[in-house]
Design a protein around this ligand. Structure first.
Ligand code: KG4
Length: 362
């Protein structure tokens, strides 16, 4: 049985996982103390992880009637992320491993973990390759190809803001507390459900679809965010920034952002035959995006793996699942030499993590 720890940003997670028996239990705590600052304060995030990790682990073991003696290895998020927050989880994991008699450790790449959240929906996590991965979160908008476990080729990335970041920034302009992406999506969905397309009194706003005519697989959401801000300011100046217009703006933003993602996914699926489309990250909880991707997958006859809503955002269950795969392959390290790299690049393996650690200490 593997214990997993997640602490890369503002979510504290602990999980236990036994892939052979198909057993998984996890606990998640989302830090709320950052909302008053309008963004994540790294030092506060680290301190909150430190406060929460041990009590959460104790509660998980007690609830699941498990003991530390049953743990055979400890997986932890070693990067990328906030270095202070990562170091709290890494130090916690290494200390625990030492105290339990030198248990092996598994440093897990956070983004690989996100993809594993989608594979958790497949019995026994039986992976087939090559697959196309879409990761959409507050820090990343990525299209990757994987032809074996641990190998990832980046096909496209964002040139500026990540899509979740753009959701949160537009939400902030609309005075939602950080992170406002979920509230913005809710407002957009309210508009879509209540919208009678023939009613002339319902306001309509249209925003351009980013990167629609670019041949590559990259994303860009900063221009869309700026355009949304301009529309907000115009409506405010005209004293028309009322609830119907706020809903229409949220809907227009969500439509343009999700359409841009789906266009790029479609392009990638046309370029090569993949066995599956694997989708993860906080923004993959977005109802509109999930529907559009399902529609595309049905149309192209490709299987879509979507992480369960509860496992779209950061959590330790996904780290446990990735840790399990590495452990099965004997990819572990010994406790003591604490590895955490804030800029560990996806697919570069342990050598890449060591290089990231060396870079950050210069
Ligand atoms: O994966 P995640 O927990 O953290 C990062 O590693 O970034 O994703 C958090 C992001 C935030 O930007 C949040 O606003 C966004 O995911 N998000 C959503 C939705 N749920 C979470 N964005 C749009 N629609 C949603 N339903």
């Amino acid at each position: 049985m593997i214990l997993a720890i997640e602490s890369s940003c503002d979510e504290t997670g602990v999980a236990v996982y036994d892939g052979e028996r198909g057993y998984l239990a996890h606990k998640l705590y989302s830090q709320t103390l950052h909302s008053q600052f309008g963004g994540i304060v790294p030092e506060l995030a680290s301190r909150d992880h430190l406060r929460k990790l041990l009590p959460m682990l104790q509660a998980l073991l007690a609830e699941e009637q498990l003991s530390l003696a049953q743990i055979q290895a400890i997986a932890y998020t070693a990067g990328p992320g906030l270095i202070g927050a990562l170091l709290v989880g890494a130090t916690f994991s290494h200390s625990l491993a030492l105290s339990l008699g030198d248990l092996p450790l598994i440093p897990v790449h956070h983004l690989e973990g996100h993809f594993m959240a989608a594979w958790l929906t497949v019995p026994q996590q039986q992976m087939s390759f090559p697959w196309l991965g879409l990761l959409v979160s507050g820090g990343n908008s990525l299209l990757v190809e994987s032809d074996r476990f641990g190998a990832y080729q980046v096909l496209g990335t964002t040139l500026d803001d990540a899509v979740g970041e753009a959701f949160d920034k537009v939400a902030k302009m609309m005075d939602f507390a950080y992170p406002g992406g979920v509230a913005l999506a809710q407002l957009a969905d309210d508009y879509a459900n209540g919208c009678d397309s023939h009613d002339p009194s319902v306001p309509r706003i249209q925003l351009p679809i980013p990167m629609a005519h670019k041949p590559d697989l990259n994303f860009s959401f900063s221009g869309l965010k700026t355009k949304a801000g301009l529309v907000i300011r115009q409506l405010q100046a005209q004293q028309r920034w009322d609830q119907p217009h706020q809903q229409a703006l949220a809907y227009a933003f969500q439509e343009a952002a999700t359409e841009s993602i789906v266009l790029k996914v479609h392009k990638a699926l046309q370029a090569k035959k993949y066995t599956k489309l694997v989708v993860a990250g906080g923004v993959s909880a977005n109802r509109c995006l999930r529907q559009k991707l399902q529609h595309l997958a049905n149309r192209l006859g490709i299987e879509l793996l979507l992480a369960k809503i509860a496992l779209c955002t950061d959590n330790a269950a996904m780290i446990a699942a990735a840790g399990w795969e590495h452990w099965r392959r004997g990819e572990t390290i010994q406790p003591g030499s604490i590895l955490a790299g804030s800029r560990w690049s996806l697919g570069s393996g342990l050598a890449g993590l060591q290089a990231a650690v060396a870079r950050q200490s210069h």
